[in-house]
Design a protein. Sequence first.
Length: 57
Amino acid sequence: MEATALRQLTAYTAVALAASFTMAAAEVHVSQSSLSRAVADASSSACRLADQDHGAP
């Protein structure tokens, strides 16, 4: 797995578990803006994957 993808998934998971961007950022030791960007990037990646999978049963 790419380091970028792992960073994005870590950020996304941290926010989901903490239910707070501020608390999640502190938990993974990054700024809140960096965490927000990583989550946005993860969401974009997930949307692209879902778009590619439209023909699967």
